[in-house]
Structures are given as C-alpha cells and as structure tokens.
Design a protein around this ligand. Sequence first.
Ligand SMILES: [Zn+2]
Length: 436
Amino acid sequence: MIRTLLLSGAFLASVSSIAIAAPKNIILLIGDGMGEAEIALTRAYESDGKAGLYVDTMKSRGSVIVNQLMVEDPTKIQFVGESASGGTTISTGQRTSDGRVAVSAFDGSPIKTIMEQAIEHGYKTGLVTTSAITDATPATFAAHAQNRYCWKTGDEACSTHNDRPIVEQMLDLNVDVMLGGGQELLPAMAGGGGTVEQKAEGLGYKVIQSREALLDLKSGTKVFGVFGAHHMPVEWQGPNGVSADIVQIDQSRTVIFPDAVSCEANPAHEGIMPRLEEMAQYALDSLGSDEGEGFFLMIEGASIDKQTHIAKPCGTIGEMLAFDRTVEIAVNYAKKMGNTVVIVTADHGQATQVIYKPEAYTGTLRRDHIPGLYQLLRTKGGNELGAYYGTNNINDQAHTGINVPVYSYGLDNPEDLMGVIQQTEIYTVMAKYLFE
Ligand SMILES: [Zn+2]
C-alpha cells in the first residue's frame, strides 16, 4: 500500500506529489492458554451463553493445530504445547521443544524472531504482558535461551545450558516499549557491572514501577515498566480467593455439591495494577506514527493460563475479559489508523472443562471419590456454571492438546488464517505482511 505525501511551495512547481511506503503495523495478541473452553467459560459467566465477547464479533477466524517436539528426541512429536515452544512457533515459524525460547530443539542454536527482523527493517517494537516481562511468551520474541527460566543473573536455570539472562537480552535488543510484571528483575546484577535497573537506564529506558507512573508517562518514551514483584496480580478471584476443589462426600457416601458462587474483584489488582488495556493503550499511543516503517507489538494475556493451572475459574474469567477488552482496543485502533493487522490467538490449550456437575449417580457415589477439582459459579444472569479440572488432583493442571482459535482483522487475504492451520503459519502471514 502507498500513501501520497503532498508537498507545497517550491517543490510543488516541479513535483506535485511523491509516493512513499506507508507505515505498516501488526498487533499480535496472545491469550496464554486461551483454548475454546476458557473462552466458553468466560462467555457463559459474563453473557449467559450469548455471543457477548468482542472476539465473538470477529468473523475472520481459524483453528490452529498446536504441538511441540520432544525434548529427549526432537524427531518425535508431543501433541500438546507450552508457552516457550508455542511462542517460538509463532515468533519464528519453527517448532521447538518444551521450555526453549527461540532456539532449535535439535542443537540449541538461535532462530531469528519476527521482532528481531522488524527491528532490522526499522520498525518500532513493543511487548506488553501481565506476566513478568521475562516470562516465556514475551521472551520468545526478544531473546534466545534453552531454559525459559533463565531470567536474570544468579538464576539456577541459567547454568543448565549456559544461557544469557533473558532480561539482559531483551534490553539489549532495544525494544521500545516493555510493560509487564517483574520488579524482582531490577536489583539483579547485569553483565558488565551494575544492576538491571542501571543497565536499562544506561540504554535510555525510563524505568517505571507504578500504575500512576504509566498513566502520567509521555507517549513516545522508551520505557521498561514493571508492576508487581513477579507476575502481576490478576483482576478477579473466587470468593475470598477460593479455587475449585475436591467434591466432598459424607459418611453415607452422599455427594455434597458446593453452592454456586460469584466472582469478585481481586483487591491486590483493583486500582493498584495497570490494567492490560491501559498498558496496551500506552504502547499503541507510543508506537503509532504517520512516519517510519510502522510497528510490531505483542500483547499477552498471560494469566488466563496461570489461573487455569491452579484451578481458579474466576481468575481465568477476569483475565480473559481483560484480554477481550484489549482486543477491542486493538481492532478499533486498526480501523481508525488503517494499515494495521490485528491477529489474536493462543499459544496452547488449557485444562478447563465446562460441565454442569460431575456425574454422581443420583447423589450416592458408587466409587470412592469424584476425580478432579470442581467449582460451581453463579453467572451474571443467575444461572449455574460448573468449571471442572481433571488433569490433576492437585493445583497444577496440565495443558491440553486441543486446537486454539486464531482471529484476524486487516489482512489483505484473511483466508490465510482461516480454516484449520498449522501454528507455524501465523509467523509466515506476519512476515509476509511486514517484509514483502
Ligand atoms: Zn501454562
């Protein structure tokens, strides 16, 4: 696409106009662990089954096949994904194995990412997440490591493969806007002397640590913003923070189903943490320009996954709604500005199942226990909604290998991301849009 720049004065006599390439932007939104079940749970709770989410209005929609390579033998396939391998697949177009950040599963060699390519081509870049900024998904765009947990100097994970700390790699890459959790990163020592905070400032970053500082920040500032000690607190929780739990059975082996509960705001987030859409809005205001090449921005709703791991449906729903509101902001930006592609997807599926009640055979159990963890919610419209987690009996649920959705807005050929696609194709479509 081209845009026409009108010139005036003396130039006008000889040249009425010249054509230059217009900036092109990609906003990639990744709902971590956002499978169809997490979306269905949220839709049921918030809209009582109506297609009430913003993503429900996006008509360009496909289904993504997710898998990763086996760590021990990368010629073999593991039919489930994870954030480091899934992020790598999206950021590089190549599959890798569990825990690897933009490196080969075979020999650990780095694979150039879409963000690194974008920077080489002169694009501005941004990473926004609700996890620590060094967590797997943002890391796979701006760093290379064989162990995703090598965040900072001194982390034991850095010694397993002699990785360079991810936070230092991200700062050295010169990403213009980085916003997420991870205040713990700042006092860590950085290579070459001084702390990570001093390194960031030395590279020209404004380091901020509060919502107020973000809301006051002048757009266009090169920023390293970390909110919360580790991952950012989530927006919602169950009553008093309770999660799904084992279904109780009394001495006569009668099943005692829990009463339906409503979700509530998490006091550790409300008004204290910047919301995902506030961070995203800052990044859009900051990176968007009529001049230059354009920008590549990745925005992650990280704790859709993290709350599902610990069987907290209210946490998942609150994060999913924040992510959905952020998608709307991104698409509205694209509609207003033009030349902007929005892609919304997930890195892998998660363990949520929407059921009514675990089968108990008329209330008296024929077995010793009901497997899994269960919580009954009361939806906004007053209906009962059961969330069930059956991949573990403790609070660490496993990812599942279901397909995840991909939605897009603004592609010349939206069919490229429709139907059933491989996760590698998302990279191909992004690279084609930005660089061809
Ligand atoms: Zn996970």
